[in-house]
Design a protein around this ligand. Structure first.
Ligand code: SER
Length: 283
């Protein structure tokens, strides 16, 4: 059913795309939408207008479909929703959010829009602020934390990695199985226990490129890292926290990660060795 407010200030919305999401939701009887699509921080700095349209337009369309079909919605925010005026250590759940990147602007605005849909339209919106995500399946996609994935591939393929962030750039990170667990656990949490909604700080570890290299060297002693700093991504990283506090997520829905740097490094190296040897063999 068409909703009031679909025109005017929201004319940037692609009605065809919204209809397609709506059809999929109805056809498959979907009750919860996990809206993961977004343009990440580094690409968003290259193409801020595209990032605004994709990140905000995509979210708006998803929320409208959720409103019409009474779906719950999971929307990931990010450590990018913080900025240089945010306390950088043990960043609290509720704190200053003045991001200085287009990615961060869309994430902070997205958190507000999700809260608005919850209070105004009773849509069950929930989200987390993810740190850098590390996976042996999903390839990095234009983010500032991508180095923490690339370093594992390069360690196995070439025994050597050139990092675009400075050696002491500390950022929060999480292994993908924990990221998936966070999304599922939050969506299954008892809503009566949720004081916050959009979006919970979650973290599993924080490290610097130098510390990641040391963790890899414990398995591959010959591994070497060098640095060629990319000023754009370094500036983005320098505007984000070193370590966020996930106390609210732990308290309100029992968040607890399974992987730290050691266990993730071991599993990443093992899984990538297998993946890359299969690829090499033409599998
Ligand atoms: N991993 C993201 C990025 O680097 C942050 O959420 O853009």
């Amino acid at each position: 059913m068409p909703q009031k407010g679909n025109s005017g200030p929201f004319e940037f919305v692609d009605v065809t795309a919204q209809r397609q999401i709506d059809v999929a939701v109805r056809r498959h009887g979907i009750d919860t939408i996990y809206h993961l699509a977004a343009i990440l921080s580094a690409v968003a700095e290259e193409k801020p207008h595209v990032a605004w349209n994709v990140n905000m337009g995509g979210l708006y369309r998803t929320l409208e479909v959720a409103r019409a079909n009474r779906c719950a919605v999971f929307v990931p925010s990010s450590i990018g929703a913080f900025g240089p005026s945010t306390p950088r250590e043990e960043t609290p759940q509720d704190t200053v959010q003045r991001p200085t990147t287009m990615y961060g602007v869309t994430k902070a605005a997205g958190e507000l829009l999700c809260d608005y849909y919850h209070t105004r339209f009773e849509v069950d919106t929930r989200g987390v602020r993810y740190p850098g995500l590390i996976s042996h399946v999903a390839l990095p996609g234009g983010g500032t934390t991508d180095y923490a994935v690339e370093i594992f591939y390069e360690a196995i393929k070439h025994g050597h990695f050139t990092c675009y962030l400075k050696p002491d750039t500390r950022l929060d990170m999480m292994y993908m199985p924990d990221a998936v667990k966070a999304a599922l656990d939050l969506m299954e949490a008892d809503p009566d226990r949720l004081v916050h909604r959009n979006a919970f700080n979650v973290t599993a570890m924080n490290f610097t490129p130098e510390e990641a290299a040391e963790a890899i060297r414990r398995h591959l002693p010959e591994f070497r890292i060098e640095y060629k700093v990319d000023p754009v991504r370094q500036r983005i990283a320098d505007s984000w926290p070193y370590s966020i506090s996930d106390a609210a997520a732990r308290e309100e829905w029992g968040w607890s990660p399974d992987y730290d740097l050691e266990s993730m490094t071991e599993e990443m190296l093992r899984s990538l060795r297998r993946k890359l040897s299969v690829e090499e063999a033409g599998g």
